[in-house]
Ligand binder design. Sequence first.
Ligand SMILES: *[C@@H]1O[C@H](CO)[C@@H](O)[C@H](O)[C@H]1NC(C)=O
Ligand SMILES: *[C@@H]1O[C@H](CO)[C@@H](O)[C@H](O)[C@H]1NC(C)=O
Length: 306
Amino acid sequence: MPLNTNIRPSSTTNLAFVSLIILLFSPRTTSQACKSSCGAIPVKYPFGTGPGCGDPRFQTRVTCNNQHLTFITHTGCYPITAIDYSNQIIFITDPTMSTCACTQPSKGFSLDWDAPFSFHDDTVFSLINCDASTSPVFKSDGRNDSLSPVCDSESGSRVCGLLNSCQAVSRLDIPVSTCCVYTPVDLGPSFEMDLQKLKCDSYSGLYGFSGHADNPDSWKYGIAIKYKFNFNNEYPELCANCEKTNGVCGYNGPYNSLICNCHSGINATSDCSFEATWNGSRRFLPFSNGAFWIYALAWILIWRMA
Ligand SMILES: *[C@@H]1O[C@H](CO)[C@@H](O)[C@H](O)[C@H]1NC(C)=O
Ligand SMILES: *[C@@H]1O[C@H](CO)[C@@H](O)[C@H](O)[C@H]1NC(C)=O
């Protein structure tokens, strides 16, 4: 600490007092608890980079660890590849899913029934190498749709055929008839794809066919998931203002009230516009954050009290 010049011995009490101020305020004001990105992915409401950030309902479902943004369900942890904030879509990959380049066994994929997520309509699941005689995916012939899903026999068989033409899949040497495409839209909100129960070996998740419908090599492999902010799907106004002023939305207190975590680490109950006036000058100062102001205040106090 640079507190060693121009201070007379009589001011030790002042010095202690000032040190106390610095001690009390520095750790909390020197860094922003909630970050606005995780790795290369921008993180905005309702997601957060840690406890107290974003919306509490999303906190355990989307996490940031070592700069990796991860989507979590009871079936596993899945890397998030992108988030489309304007259309409210999360894109994830499943390391256990098969692609045109590589097939591998998988246990499946499921969303949590109590989580604010659903599948985007563009997501198509293709079950690979299902047991034609025992798999329930082939059993339902329309008489009991509520019991098991029916494979999409029209556009689905095209996807299956193309997928089967991939080198990795053709190497398995399995008939196209063991492949089943079904769109989760038909499966209700709590989508559960348990491949062991369905007697299938693996699956591919696909989205974004547009422009590449005939080339399975260029399909986007992954899962597109929709999310809702709340029941009415309204973006909280406080949060919109917070983000406009470079803050990050979070929550605090016994009622998980919305707070705006500002760049300096201060939690505002409205927005961070009070910081805007600092921005121009801060850039040229030795401290990149609010700590500068604490030190400045401390020195003013010393100067006046000494
Ligand atoms: C601001 O809020 C965040 C998130 O709730 C919390 O982690 C942090 O400790 C708070 N900072 C201060 C200075 O209260
Ligand atoms: C369809 O399956 C459900 C759930 O097992 C069952 O309750 C219902 O009776 C079945 N309906 C028919 C027509 O078989």
